[in-house]
Design a binder for this molecule. Structure first.
Ligand SMILES: Nc1ncnc2c1ncn2[C@@H]1O[C@H](COP(=O)(O)OP(=O)(O)OP(=O)(O)O)[C@@H](O)[C@H]1O
Ligand SMILES: [Mg+2]
Length: 261
């Protein structure tokens, strides 16, 4: 299972969702890898606490290798760093990803991540954290993934972004990755008291968008968990928002189980 969490809009919860679903997967005994493709490095910082040695190599080194002349090895192991959490590893990001992007786009390296992951053994689940843009890195992830989860933060700009997003996914499916399946839209930072979020959600449902029933509410615990570099399943296991994440994980698992791929 290879899941990308993508929305080209910034700040909708991609990194938080990737890291927390991956941490739940790992806590349940599945060997799990997070591939951080965002030059902001937020997922890497969340999962590799500042006290840990920083990753020696990661996604930027992998992509840099693909630009070298001659046959490159597809071995991803040198770019993977274990996190302090059992069964959870990360292919860390680096700010250099930004500079590398133009070269990678010019050299048509869009299938390299998928090809390398196809030869990676020993992982039960892979999660991709993407930058807030439809660029080389998010496209590489959409091509490498089997599933795509879309976070939505109940804002009208985010609703506009959703329409473009479904067109993008359809195009990637058609041109590059027919097995890509949309998990659905997960509402993040839901505010139960406010009227606008409920109205936007109702409208999206009416328009036939695939909204998941589990929403993640807005909670300070999320920010505290970031600050501590400890995912919610370990930071506050009995908190409401941690339970919502566990429910989201189960819902996604059941959807996969019930569907032939
Ligand atoms: N459920 C939540 N409750 C409260 N704050 C949240 C919640 N989910 C995310 N946040 C906060 O919202 C901000 C954006 O979240 P996050 O970094 O996960 O989004 P992103 O989509 O990855 O952003 P970017 O597009 O910049 O990569 C962060 O400060 C995070 O702590
Ligand atoms: Mg992010």
């Amino acid at each position: 299972m290879r899941r990308v969490v993508f929305n080209q809009k910034g700040g909708v919860g991609k990194t938080t969702i990737v890291c927390n679903l991956a941490a739940i997967s790992a806590s349940r005994g599945r060997k799990t890898l997070v591939v951080d493709l965002d030059a902001q490095c937020n997922a890497s910082q969340y999962l590799l606490s500042s006290g840990e040695a920083q990753a020696e190599a990661g996604t930027a080194d992998f992509f840099e290798n693909t630009l070298r002349k001659g046959r490159q090895s597809n071995d991803l192991q040198p770019f993977i760093t274990p996190t302090p959490f059992e069964n959870l590893s990360v292919m860390a990001a680096h700010p250099d990803l930004e500079e590398l992007r133009v070269k990678l786009e010019a050299k048509h390296k869009i299938y390299k991540l998928r090809q390398a992951l196809e030869t990676l053994e020993g992982y039960d689940a892979i999660y991709f954290d993407t930058p807030p843009a439809l660029n080389f890195y998010s496209q590489s992830a959409l091509i490498a993934a089997s599933h795509c989860l879309i976070p939505f933060d109940c804002d009208d700009f985010a609703r506009q972004a959703l329409y473009n997003l479904f067109d993008t996914i359809a195009e990637i499916k058609d041109d590059h990755n027919p097995e890509l399946s949309v998990d659905g839209i997960v509402v993040n930072q839901f505010q139960t008291q406010a009227k606008l979020p409920a109205r936007l959600i109702a409208e999206l449902k009416e328009e036939g968008h695939p909204l998941l029933d589990t929403a993640i509410t807005s909670s300070i615990k999320v920010r505290e968990s970031h600050e501590a570099s400890v995912p919610l399943v370990y930071f506050a296991p009995s908190h409401k928002v941690s339970k919502q994440y566990a429910e989201l994980y189960d819902v996604l698992g059941r959807k996969r189980g019930g569907k032939r791929r």
